[in-house]
Design a protein around this ligand. Structure first.
Ligand code: SF4
Length: 422
């Protein structure tokens, strides 16, 4: 199949060579290999990242002969494909994404966010909303005057203020958190930066999202541990920021706590906000629920987190999955307060989402309320994250490849996009 390489190595064992995932300078060297002028690279970059095309046929700025040459050489556009979709009663959608080698991961779309704007890692829009709140009606009036209805994005046309996309970084996960369905898969492979960023592009296409008009938040909180796939995770961030146009201030990455990677992350010039999955108030409990704690203790993680140069309106989020009778009692809340004392932090409380084969119980609502109140009374902002898409196994810790879910999961096939891509 790869009978023409133009001086470039063919993809290993005939693997596809996706264009999605290459930076403009890399595209330039590909095009030079075909004896093409460098502006062709800009055209491809524009088509792949801004127009978000999914086939060579749509790259109408390229001559047909060049498109053919690229195909013959094994190149593909390379955006992951949504092969299944399930829609929750709350509007959340969970997608099964097929990658070039046939592996699959899951991606979740949460219109109107996931409560994160007030609580979880996706608090990116907090700044704007807080400043709107200060001015009250005056601000609303100004916004209404400014708004040109012909110029709003697909989200607003559909009555949403924002959406959050939760993306995966690995096929499966190796971390083995005891409360998580994804852990049951083990890890099959890392995703490339293009495959991570490509999930976002596929979802944006499905919903006709207009970058620059619609307010999109991203959370790296799907399948996998991004910090165990560090290079490609960072590559995806750069693609999303520089090529697709989503600012890093609207992104949050969640880690189970890979200490050396947190320190490295703190040095990155372009980086999302950080959320650490704490899930316990002491090492003993954390080792039970997150065996990775045997390697890095809580105090080591907090030391690493404290190296992060926080922006003026930036907080570190600590995620805390509440497991009935395990980590949800007042003594645990007191320990959390002690741990986080003096940090510019907030806590997201996540009521554990049940999954088949996982032997935890949900916390009692009154215990959740007491836990939150104790944190707040102790001076630590604490939010209860609204569970999204629980009925379709799209909620936190529930991502497992759709094909393996019980038949009860309401798969709805591939529905048409809400709006044509903009
Ligand atoms: S919670 Fe995250 S890090 Fe832990 S097993 Fe699940 S996907 Fe992996």
């Amino acid at each position: 199949m790869l009978n023409k390489t133009n001086g470039l190595e063919p993809g290993a064992k005939g693997q596809a060579r996706p264009l999605f995932g290459l930076f403009p300078e890399e595209l330039k060297s590909v095009l030079e290999g075909f004896g093409q002028k460098v502006y062709r690279a800009t055209q491809i970059s524009e088509a792949v990242y801004r127009q978000r095309v999914t086939s060579f046929d749509e790259m109408t700025t390229l001559p047909a002969a060049l498109r053919e040459e690229l195909v013959t050489a094994g190149y593909t556009v390379g955006m992951p494909e949504i092969v299944q979709a399930a829609r929750s009663v709350d509007g959340t959608e969970r997608y099964l994404m097929r990658l070039a080698d046939g592996e699959t991961v899951e991606t979740v779309w949460m219109p109107d966010g996931d409560g994160g704007e007030r609580g979880d890692g996706s608090e990116a829009s907090l700044e704007e909303e807080e400043s709107e709140g200060l001015e009250g009606n005056v601000s609303e009036f100004k916004t209404a005057v400014k708004r040109d209805l012909r110029n709003v994005g697909a989200l607003e046309q559909n009555g949403y203020r924002r959406a959050t996309i939760c993306i995966s970084s690995q096929v499966g996960c190796a971390v083995n958190c005891q409360f998580c369905l994804t852990a049951k898969l083990g890890v099959k492979r890392n995703l490339t930066g293009g495959e991570i960023a490509g999930q976002v592009a596929a979802v944006l296409n499905r919903h006709g999202v207009k970058i620059g008009k619609d307010r999109i938040n991203l959370v790296f909180m799907g399948m996998g541990e991004p910090f165990l796939n560090y290079e490609e995770f960072i590559r995806s961030v750069q693609l999303l920021v520089k090529q697709i146009g989503i600012p890093e201030s609207r992104m949050t990455v969640s880690t189970s706590g890979i200490e050396p990677a947190i320190r490295r992350f703190a040095q990155e010039p372009i980086r999302p906000k950080l959320a650490l999955s704490l899930n316990a108030s002491n090492d003993e409990v954390r080792e039970q629920v997150m065996p990775i704690t045997r390697k890095w203790k809580i105090h080591q993680l907090l030391d690493a987190v404290n190296t992060l140069p926080l922006g003026k309106r930036e907080w570190v989020t600590f995620e805390y999955v509440l497991l009935g009778g395990i980590n949800d009692q007042p003594e645990h809340a007191r320990e959390v307060l002690d741990l986080l004392k003096g940090m510019k932090a907030k806590v997201n409380l996540i009521v554990w989402n049940p999954g088949p084969g996982i032997a935890y119980t949900q916390p009692k609502p009154e215990d959740v309320a007491v836990f939150q109140k104790m944190l707040i009374d102790g001076g630590m902002p604490a939010y209860i994250r609204r569970p999204r898409g629980r009925d379709i196994y799209a909620a936190c810790g529930q991502l497992k490849r759709t094909v393996e879910l019980p038949e009860a999961a309401p798969l709805v096939g591939i529905a048409p996009a809400a709006n044509p891509p903009g």
